[in-house]
Design a protein around this ligand. Structure first.
Ligand code: OSB
Ligand code: MG
Length: 369
């Protein structure tokens, strides 16, 4: 296929509620939406970069620069064999994986639509629904957190992830565990801890029967995660640290992780996600699909990815209504008994609501060969 046109736009979306992680909070998601066109068909994707560099060095604004200055001018007009080669025109661009992922993922939607198959099918998915979890931001009080957990368990979520940071951790999670002795709970620290300073706290978390502790230590520290994992019976799950197959192999080799969170936006796209999944499958390392508070467009890619056989742990792929008063796709994502039905139509299988997207767009750039 020859990519004949691209359209990049920024669409600010207001979250239903403030979402806080150890590095800071967010109320608005300045989503970047990308369409690539070939043979009159449109492939869609969403860039997951955040508003500030608290999760990754990439931000909405750096991704805008990478996309408009280096990636899209070369990709548009190029002839690509399949989705895996969409970025072949820009092999020299280093890093900027979130920006690259948007291009690559739009390529996958495009290819699936041109082939007349669902994205899940094109990726090699094997199921028609995927288990769903939910991620709860830092709350002001333990009571507020317990109430949130209770509500989400009642809705049917199969895994409840709780954000933690030093001082909002052991006692808080003890209160939740006391109230829900058997619930599938996990914690996500977003790199807030240090091995030298916080080992006692982390060992106290080990007593709580958590499914895993996500990214306790620095985003770039594989060695300390391996030292920590050796001292915990709870699995460590790496998120920020896994940007590629290479990072995955390093972490597996060192024993830095026992579960891997795969986010296509973080690892440069769906091909990289499938490859990481395969590396983990080969050594029976469980994986699950994380989320970045995406709109329905990014969520659709995540749901498709989570249909691969290694994704046995529930993903952060919650209902549209958990994030947005109104999503920008139809139909919205809504789980049934804790399982998200996988769209069956061509490509991502959901339809972007153009009226809403147009009226929310704050900037837009179009690329022609
Ligand atoms: O660490 O998984 C994370 C949201 C923004 C940045 C980082 C993370 C998250 C989440 C949200 O946990 C997961 C979701 O999309 O529901
Ligand atoms: Mg995380």
């Amino acid at each position: 296929m020859i990519i004949t046109r691209a359209e990049l736009r920024e669409v600010p979306l207001s979250l239903k509620e403030w979402f806080e992680i150890s590095s800071g909070g967010m109320q608005e998601r300045r989503a970047l939406l990308l369409t690539l066109e070939a043979d009159g068909v449109h492939g869609w994707a969403e860039c997951v970069a955040g508003e500030d560099p608290g999760y990754s060095y990439e931000t909405t604004d750096t991704a805008w620069i990478a996309l408009t200055r280096w990636l899209l001018p070369k990709v548009v007009g190029s002839e690509v064999e399949d989705a895996r080669s969409v970025l072949d025109a820009v092999p020299w661009v280093r890093g900027h994986r979130m920006a690259k992922a948007a291009v690559e993922m739009a390529g996958w939607d495009l290819q699936a639509k041109l082939n007349g198959v669902s994205l899940a099918h094109l990726l090699g998915g094997t199921v028609d629904s995927v288990p769903v979890g939910v991620s709860i931001g830092l709350q002001k009080t333990d009571d507020a957190l317990v109430a949130k957990v209770e509500g989400h368990l009642a809705e049917g979520y199969k895994k409840v992830k709780i954000k933690i940071k030093p001082g909002r951790d052991v006692e808080m999670l003890q209160a939740v565990r006391a109230r829900f002795p058997d619930a599938p709970l996990m914690a996500d620290a977003n790199s807030a801890y240090r091995l030298d300073r916080d080992l006692d706290r982390l060992k106290a978390l080990d007593e709580l029967g958590l499914m895993m502790i996500e990214q306790p230590l620095a985003h770039d520290d594989y060695l300390d995660h391996s030292v920590l994992q050796a001292q915990l019976s709870t699995p460590v799950c790496l998120d920020e640290s896994i940007r590629s197959v290479g990072d995955t192999r390093l972490a597996l080799h060192l024993g830095s992780t026992r579960i891997v969170n795969i986010k296509p936006g973080r690892v440069g796209g769906l091909a990289s996600s499938v490859d990481i999944h395969d590396v983990c499958q080969a050594v029976q390392m469980p994986v699950w699909c994380g989320g970045m508070l995406e709109s329905g467009i990014g969520r659709a890619h995540n749901v498709a990815l989570a249909t691969l056989p290694g994704f046995q742990v529930p993903g952060d792929i919650s209902n549209s209504k958990r994030y947005w008063a109104e999503d920008i796709i139809e139909p919205e994502f809504e789980m049934v008994d804790g399982m998200m039905p996988v769209p069956t139509g061509p490509g991502i299988g959901v339809t972007p609501r153009m009226d809403r997207i147009e009226s929310l767009t704050t900037r837009k750039e179009v690329f022609h060969p």
